[in-house]
Design a protein around this ligand. Structure first.
Ligand SMILES: *[C@@H]1O[C@H](CO)[C@@H](O)[C@H](O)[C@H]1NC(C)=O
Ligand SMILES: *[C@@H]1O[C@H](CO)[C@@H](O)[C@H](O)[C@H]1NC(C)=O
Length: 337
């Protein structure tokens, strides 16, 4: 099978191959995709091919509500009805296992320590399933979401599933209102975020140098990961890996978290491969920005601009539009920069 694919690659006829070979390809490993071309070795589909190689991944190619996106701040609409997000940890610390999945650094909380979020744009309660890190080989390339065309050194994604409606993550991921992702940009600084410091200090991060490595962390407080702000941006999109299901509510926190230059360097030294295979840096594990099309980007940041009309949002009809005082208007500003 791989041989056939190599042949396709050589002949440069990916699309013809993929459409004729779909029944075979669907049976392949769900992890048979990549972020970037591998110079040596066999063909593995990069983001522009995800939707072409497997019929179950169609949405990656033809979906119209895909993530990530480039957040253009001029397109944001202030929605005064967006309440703060509520984080519920039950006041307890959790433990979690940190993995090198070959594609991401992934922290999975222990199943008995429930952490959930609700409020904000969310109509249900969502349970934390995974904390996932994306990062770049260069400082401007690591985030999946962009802000006015610009990337950040990295992005933390806290992936939650709807626990009111669904039994587990896999069921929720393909179902309406299934997933809520809290996304926080990572920037560089002398001091690092307390939660990320637990994951990325040298003693810890070097335990997961290679694919399938795992390391248990105790006494984690997920609240430490959240920057000190109630401001966010939200839109309806997709999960950013195959099968690209369009079931995610995205909540982008309006303040970054920080890691040190050294910690970023340690991330770049993680391999996508097992120790006995060639070193291949995990960095640049980002899907390119997808078109926004007809979607709205809502925010609870009152940036003192008339929002454009957003058809699905009752809050934005003129009769509902709040009129904050001038003092409040002037104080509101973006905090990323
Ligand atoms: C959310 O998490 C808290 C703390 O773990 C828990 O007590 C609560 O029951 C959870 N909410 C739901 C709806 O499951
Ligand atoms: C998730 O829940 C569904 C429906 O209850 C079940 O069929 C499936 O086996 C579960 N999957 C996992 C991975 O637990």
């Amino acid at each position: 099978m791989r041989f056939i694919w190599d042949l396709c690659l050589i002949l440069q006829i990916y699309i013809i191959c993929s459409s004729s070979a779909q029944p075979i390809i669907s049976k392949l490993d769900e992890s048979w995709w990549a972020y970037k071309d591998v110079v040596q070795g066999s063909f593995v589909p990069v983001p522009s091919f995800w939707g072409l190689v497997n019929s179950a991944w169609n949405l990656c190619a033809i979906g119209k509500r895909q993530s990530p996106i480039d957040i253009e701040t001029t397109h944001m609409i202030f929605d005064p009805h967006l309440t703060p997000l509520r984080l519920n940890t039950g006041g307890r610390k959790m433990y979690g296992t940190m993995y090198n999945t070959g594609k991401h650094v992934s922290l999975r909380p222990d199943k008995t320590h429930l952490v959930n979020i609700s409020g904000g744009p969310l109509g249900y309660s969502y349970r934390l399933e995974e904390v996932r890190l994306h990062f770049g080989s260069e400082d401007a390339l690591g985030s999946e979401h962009l802000l006015n065309g610009q990337g950040f050194p990295g992005e933390v994604q806290l992936i939650h599933y709807n626990q009111d409606l669904y039994a587990n993550y896999s069921e929720a991921a393909k179902s309406p209102h299934g997933i809520a992702v809290v996304s926080i940009f990572i920037k560089l600084s002398e001091n690092s975020n307390a939660f990320l410091n637990r994951m990325l200090n040298r003693d810890t991060i070097t335990r997961i140098n290679y694919k399938h490595d795992a390391f248990l962390l105790m006494g984690l407080n997920i609240a430490d990961l959240y920057p000190d702000t109630i401001r966010y941006i939200t839109y309806e999109g997709s999960i950013t890996i195959p099968p690209c299901y369009e079931t995610s509510t995205w909540i982008l926190i309006n303040k970054p978290v920080y890691v040190t230059q050294m910690q970023m360097h340690s991330l770049r030294l993680l391999s996508q491969n097992e120790p006995y295979k060639i070193f291949l840096s995990m960095s640049d594990n980002t899907r390119p920005a997808q078109p926004l099309l007809q979607r709205c980007i809502r925010t609870n940041i009152n940036f003192n601009k008339q929002g454009r009309d957003c058809p699905n949002n009752r809050a934005l009809r003129p009769q509902y539009r709040g009129e904050p005082t001038t003092a409040v208007k002037r104080r509101a500003q973006f905090r990323w920069k």
